[in-house]
Each structure stands twice: as C-alpha cells, then as structure tokens.
Design a protein around this ligand. Structure first.
Ligand code: ZN
Length: 434
C-alpha cells in the first residue's frame, strides 16, 4: 500500500516540477514527520496550553520551520504570527440586594463579560424566577437567551445544582470581545417578588495575547485558497497523576505535523501553484476555538475554496490503517473529491462513522463552515474507544508513524486537483450548519 501511495505522489510531483524524476521529486518523509511530532509533543512544550511558556515554544518552533521551508507571510502580516488579544476574566465581587435584603456573597454568582455590571432599578433587568418545582436548567436556558441585564432568582430547593453552577461560572474565562450590554447574575433565594433591586458585579480583566501561526505559497490565482489547518494548542499540565503533562501527540501535534510537512512538500515541488496554498496552526481550539474565529475574521471566507482541517491522524482508524474519515461528509462534495483522488492508491477516505459525537462541530472547521467554506475535519482516531484521548498518555509512543505518514501522503495526493483548479468542492450551505 505504501508503495502505491508513493507512486501516486511521484505523479503528483511530476505535475508540479518541470524536470522532476521520481528521485528528485518532493517527498513526505517519515523521518521528518517523526522529528516534528516528537518535538511538538515533547515535555519541553509542557502540553502547549494557551497563555503558557510551553505554547510560546511550540509557536516559535512552527515559525522557525515555516521560515526554513520558505513560506510567505499572510497578506498584511510581517511575521508568521497572527496575533490577537483576549480578555481573561476572573470574578472580583458580586452583590445583590432585593427588597432591601442583602443576599450573602456565597449565594450569588455573576456572569458578565465586562469589568462591571450595575442594576439599580427593577425596570432595568429581566427577572427570571426559578420556583421549587421548576426545571432550573430549562429556566437558565431561557434566562441566557434574554437581551440585556438579567437576574435569576433560584429557590433554595435547587441549592445543590446552584452550587455546581457557582463553581463552574466562578472559574476564570476568556473572551475575544467585552460585552457591556448583556450580563446575568444568579441569586439563591426564596424571594420571588421583586419590588426593589440593587446589583453590583465586578470582574478583574487582564489582556492576554494569543497567536495562530500561518504561512502561504501564493498561487497564480491569489484569491482562491486551499487551506490546510490543525490546532497546535493542547491541555497543558494538570491533575495529580505521576505524569501531569498532557503532551497531545495525537491531539493535535499529529495534525500540526501534517500541516508543516505538507507545507514543505508543496514548497519543494518548486512550481508556483495555480491556487494559493495556505497553512495555519490554530491556537486555542481546546479553549473555545478562538484562533480559528480570529482567522476567519481576517480574510474573506469566500476566497477559501477548501479547508483540510487535520485532527488526530496518529492512530489506525476504524477501517484500519491507511484510511481516514471526514466530518460533515454530506455537507459539500469535498469528501467525494478526496475519495476520487486516491482511488487505486490503497488509501481510503470515508464519511465520519461517529455522527452522534457531533465531531463536525467540535473542531476549527465548523467556524469556517458556518461562513460557507467547504471546511471539514479529517481524522483517523477511533474516538469512541481511544484510550489516550484527552489523557496524559497521549504520547508519541502511541502513534503509528507509518500510518500517519501515509495519511499525510494521501492528503497531499487528495489536494492536487483542488490546488491546480481542476476540482472545486461545492460550498457548504450555512443553513445546514448550526
Ligand atoms: Zn483536537
């Protein structure tokens, strides 16, 4: 199987390079794949958690590789870093007084994406009362959907669930934009009639920097882009086990390695491609998808003709090694084009067999798909039984490097006709994406 894949790639290379013989052609080399994934998933990178020195090291490594490969910067940037600011919020105080009665601080939780929220009059707030017999979750959904400032009064019969809400919503959070207009406060109280109201919620706000790492090979049609992406962040250091470093070898050092080796491969073919090929390592996928959100706001999504989002390709798929599945298969003709491109090579692409897991929506592709881009994730993990998924044990030692290298080769072969402009996947209909 490997042999036939190599021969397909040899043909690919000949298309790209005027004088190429198979020996001289660009290759996707397993030793190179091994070097890159081993570096990204090393303990030195500390699990690549956002806002840590570990992810800075990972970014610097990817940047230096892009430099060596000779990628161009994205339009408007003067480095491979696509930097943006986040607001990191942590709760400072929250006080609520109803009908002149002050609610104890441990019975109040504020949920705001700004420095402060003040409510001085009943008329200035939506009031949602959760009675003893009500479904608190459902009422919470209703309250969250309201515009403006909202106070939710939760009957003490729900004390246990309130405690879990308080724990969850008291954790520091990150937002891309501050929001002064909307906010919510929850108070645990048996009061249900509000005659007078005074609320003051305060947050500490810290501005923090994040960055994607991005480069491109500009084509003859600069406004038609074939995008390869993966996320380079992971879960960092956590827990109290013996091994606390979540190296994220499969998730998603494997995809990031694919993006980097594909960049080198297409650059090494030596010929200017017809369409622009863009390579992006996203940050903060694991913390809310902020990297892809920022990226999607910085270019015209109509110009992206296809997005190969590569997620966890380091272990054999359900249908064996040398096979991979594609999320949202029916949402565009992208998957069918990939299948056709590798016909007869021994590699196989098929539709995501884990539809119930909603994987189409669980990675960076969804952000672009909502804008109409044929944006799909390609993966080979057996997600329902993967023992290493989001565990400290997701290490390079668990990776099948043969399979992974072949998958990258298959992706290179699958993209050729899209890069040459011969194939164009149909657009995703945003009405079919939630
Ligand atoms: Zn992932």
């Amino acid at each position: 199987m490997k042999k036939s894949l190599r021969s397909v790639l040899c043909l690919v290379a000949i298309c790209y390079s005027t004088l190429a013989s198979c020996q001289q052609a660009a290759v996707i080399d397993q030793a190179e794949v091994t070097r890159i994934i081993t570096t990204l998933a090393s303990d030195e990178m500390e699990g690549r958690m956002i806002y840590t020195p570990g992810i800075e090291k990972a970014s610097a490594f990817i940047e230096s590789e892009f430099e060596k490969i000779g990628l161009e910067y994205l339009d408007g940037l003067n480095s491979y870093k696509q930097q943006f600011n986040m607001y990191s919020l942590s709760s400072e105080s929250a006080s609520v007084t109803i009908n002149g009665e002050s609610i104890a601080a441990d019975k109040v939780v504020g949920m705001i994406s700004s420095a402060s929220m003040t409510i001085n009059a009943v008329a200035d707030a939506n009031i949602v009362v959760v009675g003893a017999a009500d479904n608190m979750q459902a009422k919470f959904g209703e309250a969250r959907g309201k515009e403006g400032k909202t106070i939710m009064l939760v009957n003490t019969a729900h004390e246990a669930l309130f405690g879990r809400f308080k724990q969850f919503f008291s954790r520091p959070s990150s937002v891309m934009e501050l929001d002064d207009t909307n906010g919510m406060v929850i108070a645990l109280t048996d009061l249900s009639e509000v005659k007078s109201l005074s609320v003051e919620v305060k947050n500490n706000i810290e501005t923090k920097s994040l960055n994607n790492v991005a480069g491109q090979i500009t084509g003859n049609r600069p406004n038609e882009i074939v995008l390869f992406s993966a996320h380079y962040d992971h879960l960092g250091i956590r827990g109290d086990g013996e091994d606390k470093i979540y190296n994220g070898a499969n998730d998603d050092a494997s995809g990031t390695t694919a993006v980097m080796t594909l960049a080198k491969y297409f650059k090494d073919t030596g010929k200017k491609p017809e369409r622009t090929i863009m390579f992006v390592a996203f940050t903060a996928e694991e913390s809310g998808g902020f990297g892809s959100r920022h990226f999607s706001q910085k270019l015209n999504p109509d110009e992206i003709v296809a997005m190969f989002n590569i997620e966890m390709i380091g272990t054999a798929a359900k249908e064996g090694t040398n096979s991979a599945w594609i999320t949202g298969f029916d949402k565009s003709s992208f998957g069918a084009l990939l299948q056709k491109a590798v016909e007869g090579t021994g590699y196989k692409f098929y539709a995501d067999p884990y539809v119930k897991e909603n994987l189409f929506y669980r990675s960076d592709n969804a952000t672009l798909a909502r804008l109409g881009v044929p944006a799909h994730s390609i993966s080979t993990t057996q997600i329902d039984v993967d023992p290493y998924y989001h565990q400290a044990s997701d290490e390079v030692s668990t990776i099948d490097l043969d399979h992974m290298t072949n998958t990258i080769r298959a992706l290179a072969a699958a993209a050729v006709r899209m890069i040459s402009g011969e194939d164009t996947p149909t657009r995703v209909d945003p009405a079919n994406v939630r």
